[in-house]
Design a protein around this ligand. Structure first.
Ligand SMILES: [Zn+2]
Length: 102
């Protein structure tokens, strides 16, 4: 289990996002959302159906679905361009949270 720094916890919980978004981020960072990869690892789904339902290219994991999937990336890119920012895609949700540290 990952031990979070105070600034990582601050980045997750002390922001303007609605509580359900914060909870989802918290669970996703700990790989606790019911993604297909988690359901396969628990024996709930067969391991031949763990592909992402959006792209059908990679497994649906806590990092892939909200961040690394090409469709998620298109959404992030649109938001980043709307805010007139430039960023480098983080390799994981934890790296993303580290980018948000105050
Ligand atoms: Zn995908």
């Amino acid at each position: 289990m990952k031990i979070f720094t105070k600034s990582e916890l601050y980045a997750i919980w002390k922001n303007i996002c609605p509580p359900k978004a914060k909870l989802f981020a918290w669970m996703a960072i700990q790989s606790c959302i019911a993604s297909k990869s988690v359901l396969v690892s628990r024996g709930i789904l067969n391991n031949n159906i763990d592909l992402c339902p959006l792209c059908n290219l990679e497994g649906e994991t806590s990092n892939h679905l909200p961040l690394l999937c090409q469709y998620a990336w298109q959404t992030w890119t649109a938001i980043i361009q709307w805010w007139k920012l430039v960023w480098v895609s983080p390799p994981s949700l934890m790296a993303f949270v580290s980018m948000l540290e105050p």
